[in-house]
Write a new protein. Structure first.
Length: 261
C-alpha cells in the first residue's frame, strides 16, 4: 500500500470513529466528568485497569465510582487507609485485589499532596528536548510506585498497574492514559497542555499490533516498546503533529471487523 492510499485509509477510519460513543471503550468513563481534576484521576485509574474485556473494565470502574460518590478527585485528596479503606472493600479486578486499589489511590493522594495535579508530577521530568514522553513516563511511574508503602508489595501485582517503559514493555495502558490527557478531539480531552501530541507513543495492544503487521507499518516482530516507537514513527509520516490520533479507530475497527488488506 502506497503512502497516499495508507493516509486515505487511516483518515477514513479516524473520521468514522472519532465521534463520542462510537464504540464501547473505557474512555467514556472519563466523559462523565467536566472538571480536569476529576478527569485525570479517574483517567489514570481507568487506564491502570484497562486490561481484559471492555465490559468488565467498565463494570469495575462503575462500581468504584458508585462507592466514592462519583467524586474521584475529592475522594483521593481526602483519602487515608485507616478511615476510607472500607469504601473499597471487595473491589478486586482479575488478579488485582482491593488492596492494590487502596495502594493506588493512596499513591495518587501522596502525589497530589506534593504536586497538586498529576500533570505537574509528569512534567517535572519532561523536557522539550526529549524525542518522546518515555523518559518522563518512566519517572512518573517510578514516583507513583515509590509512594506505595507496603511491605508485601513485592509479592503483589501492584507494579503491573504502573509499569516502567524502560523495562521494555509497550506500557499500553499508560500510553493510553497519556493519549486521553494530551490529545484533544471528541474522544480525548487535551487537559494536559504542557505536552505536545507529537511526543506521544502509540498504545500498542494485541489489536494494534495485528493492524500494524497487516498494514506492514513495522518491521520489528517482537511486540515491545521498540515496536511501539517504530509504529509511532511510521504514523508520524502520515501526521507528524498527531500520530496517535489513529489509535482509537484502528483498535476498534480491528476489534469489531478485522482489517483486511
Amino acid at each position: 500500500m502506497n503512502q497516499e492510499s495508507l493516509k486515505t485509509l487511516l483518515d477514513d477510519l479516524y473520521f468514522r470513529y472519532k465521534r463520542k460513543y462510537s464504540s464501547v471503550d473505557p474512555v467514556w468513563n472519563l466523559h462523565k466528568f467536566s472538571d480536569a481534576k476529576d478527569i485525570e484521576i479517574i483517567g489514570l485509574i481507568t487506564s491502570c485497569y484497562a486490561y481484559g474485556q471492555v465490559n468488565l473494565i467498565n463494570n469495575f470502574i462503575g462500581k468504584l465510582l458508585n462507592r466514592i460518590g462519583n467524586k474521584p478527585h475529592e475522594f483521593t485528596i481526602n483519602f487515608t487507609k485507616r478511615k476510607d479503606k472500607k469504601y473499597l472493600s471487595g473491589l478486586g479486578y482479575r488478579f488485582h485485589t482491593a488492596d492494590d486499589l487502596v495502594n493506588l489511590i493512596q499513591s495518587l493522594r501522596t502525589a497530589l499532596d506534593s504536586y497538586l495535579s498529576l500533570q505537574n508530577l509528569f512534567v517535572k521530568n519532561y523536557s522539550e528536548e526529549h524525542n518522546n514522553i518515555i523518559p518522563a513516563l518512566s519517572s512518573f511511574s517510578a514516583k507513583l510506585n515509590h509512594n506505595v508503602k507496603n511491605n508485601k508489595r513485592e509479592k503483589s501485582y501492584f507494579a503491573y498497574l504502573l509499569p516502567d517503559p524502560l523495562q521494555g514493555s509497550t506500557c499500553k495502558r499508560l500510553m493510553l492514559f497519556l493519549r486521553w490527557m494530551v490529545r484533544k478531539d471528541e474522544i480525548d480531552f487535551g487537559i494536559w497542555d504542557k505536552i505536545p501530541p507529537a511526543k506521544l507513543i502509540m498504545p500498542v495492544d494485541v489489536h494494534i499490533s495485528r493492524v500494524a503487521k497487516k498494514l506492514m507499518l513495522v518491521k520489528r516482530k517482537s511486540v515491545d516498546l521498540k515496536f511501539a516507537v517504530e509504529l509511532t514513527g511510521r504514523l508520524k509520516k502520515i501526521d507528524n503533529a498527531d500520530p496517535v490520533k489513529y489509535d482509537f479507530s484502528l483498535c476498534h475497527y480491528q476489534m469489531e471487523h478485522g482489517l483486511k488488506t
